[in-house]
Design a protein around this ligand. Structure first.
Ligand SMILES: NC(=O)c1ccc[n+]([C@@H]2O[C@H](COP(=O)([O-])OP(=O)(O)OC[C@H]3O[C@@H](n4cnc5c(N)ncnc54)[C@H](OP(=O)(O)O)[C@@H]3O)[C@@H](O)[C@H]2O)c1
Length: 303
């Protein structure tokens, strides 16, 4: 379980980090900036992996050897996922709009001996996703996994005609995922390896009143990912669909009564975000030849 896993590295702190890993990887980071726009980073990463483990499949089957970018890492499921993966030894590249939050999380991970960098990212902008992916490659040499998690849910009945909210959900939930695919696919192709993990929703399987547009975006994402899986062949594609999870997600609901009802339901039954992080970690940790395609995780009480 991620929550009980202790990082195997030691660190002298986030600004100047010296990491000594049990697989004898030695990393020296002189990390002065996380924003690639004004990057004054003088990363002198000198990984010298002298791992004596000769079982290649076993080595690859661990998140600890992977470089993983996570969108929507500033709160909720994305944050929990970044922490879980980092606790398993993965290097994480954190994307979200709230740069202060991702920088704080990256610092927390580095203070605990992990490797993390924050990249302010708005998934509505294709160039931001390119920058997220490019940062992973420039800083850590490759990108193994893209977790397309960022999403919003300002749900309402269609009759309310909250057209701006519809547009926002399409832009973030669907277009944002497409931007992630467009940014990472060329890198994965070049590497001849890579893994797309996309956070959809049980709304992709069951549409309920008030969630028509949200469910449409998540159904579309599920369809895109299945098409991607069929097209890419040797790359891995996973869709993780959560039911009700205890995050800030319901805050975006405009109608106060609807929001209060949703929050009451959330508090009564919602899962902790670590349950979804565990599912993502499971998919990521599989050996290269094992492609976990779909995981649906609901609270037991949810219908
Ligand atoms: N909570 C649930 O019950 C539930 C159920 C099923 C599926 N999901 C899905 O789980 C995913 C994560 O949601 P959550 O529950 O963890 O909610 P959350 O706590 O509100 O987190 C949403 C994350 O998405 C990011 N985000 C929103 N708009 C963005 C944008 N334009 N660009 C980049 N990042 C953006 C937010 O960061 P910034 O605001 O800092 O940008 C935040 O980190 C979403 O895809 C959601 O649809 C949630």
């Amino acid at each position: 379980m991620p929550s009980t896993t202790t990082p195997t590295s030691t660190s002298t702190g986030p600004a100047t980090t010296t990491t000594t890993d049990t697989d004898t990887t030695t990393t020296t980071d002189t990390d002065t900036d996380t924003d690639t726009d004004t990057d004054t980073d003088t990363d002198t990463d000198t990984d010298t992996d002298t791992d004596t483990d000769t079982d290649t499949d076993t080595v690859k089957a661990q998140p600890r050897n992977k470089v993983i970018a996570v969108t929507g890492a500033s709160s909720g499921i994305g944050r929990a996922t970044a922490l879980a993966l980092a606790q398993h030894g993965a290097t994480v590249v954190l994307g979200a709009r709230r740069g202060d939050r991702i920088e704080q999380l990256a610092a927390e991970i580095r203070e605990n001996g992990g490797r993390a960098v924050g990249v302010p990212t708005d998934v509505r902008r294709r160039t931001d996703l390119v920058r997220l992916v490019d940062t992973a490659v420039a800083r850590f040499g490759r990108l193994d996994v893209l977790v397309n998690n960022a999403g919003i849910g300002p749900i309402s009945p269609l009759e309310d005609l909250r057209v701006d909210d519809w547009d926002d959900m399409i832009d973030v939930n669907l277009r944002g995922v497409l931007h992630g695919i467009a940014a990472a696919l060329p890198v994965f192709r070049r590497q001849e390896a890579g893994h797309f993990v996309t956070v959809a929703s049980t709304a992709a399987y069951r549409t309920v009143p008030g969630q028509a547009v949200y469910a449409a975006t998540k159904t579309a994402v599920r369809t895109v990912c299945e098409g991607l899986r069929q097209e890419v062949g040797d790359l891995r594609v996973t869709i993780v669909s959560p039911g009700f999870v205890h995050t800030d997600f319901a805050d975006a609901v405009a109608d106060p009564d609807a929001r209060a009802a949703l929050l009451a339901r959330r508090d009564a039954m919602a899962l902790d975000p670590t349950s979804i992080a565990d599912a993502i970690t499971y998919a990521v940790a599989q050996p290269d030849q094992v492609d976990v395609n779909e995981i649906v995780v609901r609270p037991t009480a949810q219908r």
